[in-house]
Design a protein around this ligand. Sequence first.
Ligand SMILES: Cc1ncc(COP(=O)(O)O)c(C=O)c1O
Length: 419
Amino acid sequence: MDPVKPVTPIKPVDPVDPVDPARELKELASWQRPLRDEFPIIRGNPELAYCDSAATSQKPQAVLDAVHRYLTTSNANAGRGSYPWANTTTALMEDARDRVRRFLGDPDPERSSVHFTSGTTEGLRTVARDWLPELVADGDEIVVPFADHQANLTPWLDARELLARQGVRIAVRELPRQRGSGDYDPAALAGVVGPRTRLVAATHVHHVYGADMNVHRIRQVVGPEVPICLDAAQSIGHLPVSVADLDVDFVVFSGHKAMALPGTGAVWARGRRGPAFRPGGWSGTPNTAGVASLTAALDWLDAAGTDRIERWTAALTSLLTDGLSRMDAYEVLGCQTSLAAGSRVQRRRSIVTFRHREIGSQDLGFILFSRGFMVRSDGHCQAGGSPGGGRDASVRVSLHIHNTPEEVQGLLTALASLQ
Ligand SMILES: Cc1ncc(COP(=O)(O)O)c(C=O)c1O
């Protein structure tokens, strides 16, 4: 690979038009209401508010129907038999690969590949274990995030160790971030990448701070040749993700966070920069029902419109951030500004994480559940954190298309009563 020079001066943060969250929610209400009703578990539990979609998503009826249909009409193994059910299952796997490509706006589907996994963790591990060693030589460097999800750090560190045992020493450098907001610092990245940089791993949306990490600016810094591997666990299904716009080489995501069944995920590989992506070894029987659910989930999300899901959840999180910022008892982690601040870098996606200044986060989680709100309270698997979060634990509220302004208002009322 040719040496890469850091390129193009970094522009200031891309501005976006200021948006009034209340107006957004009013405008989108008639679109959202029927879609909320498509989730049986949500419809069946009107007294509960599920606010943990960043951990895993709830499933719309269309996804449940697709799984039922597959298992009751053509369940068989894939790529093995030649009778009709086996052929249908083999075709289902191929169709799902095309579905992932279309969902990501793949500009070169002839060249790309899609590999199914159990989720983002396995996907990133596969890229680090099966592809990275073919890419790097002794003395090369990779740049990875040190304070995102641990699924996007440990596979790279493990790969470094494995390579070192084979006499190939690579350096793992930190992808720099800005203070406070948690998003990356492209200007500082220019000082980290050099001629031996072979890969940048990044996260699209931070799973604790909800920050859009401005990954579209990484390509400007690293130049045209360095592969970029994107952890899209918190963006797929929440906002449009276009591999053409982002110009990344891997998109790794969890289907189960995007309305598909548990134990589903995928790696999309562009196949243009570096060696071909050929996950190693005999992979055994695939999760065919899970893959059927993924196709149905991506169909459902496209029909609902990821651009509208993005607007809806951004407006809800903005309401929540604004409400929390008016209560002295709470500290909101990450960026402090709301949607209305009109800056893309500060724009929060569907996740708001906070602490009470006196009540422990685990206790706060229990109290909120006693009032009907299912939130997550621990350390959120952040790299470098202690298991369970310890004293760093915080409460994470993560929203999706089925959440409503009334739920957010109810949550704020519950939090206000604990001041
Ligand atoms: C940003 C991010 N990356 C990776 C993961 C790991 O995903 P999974 O547990 O589906 O493998 C998560 C899960 O929370 C995440 O939020």
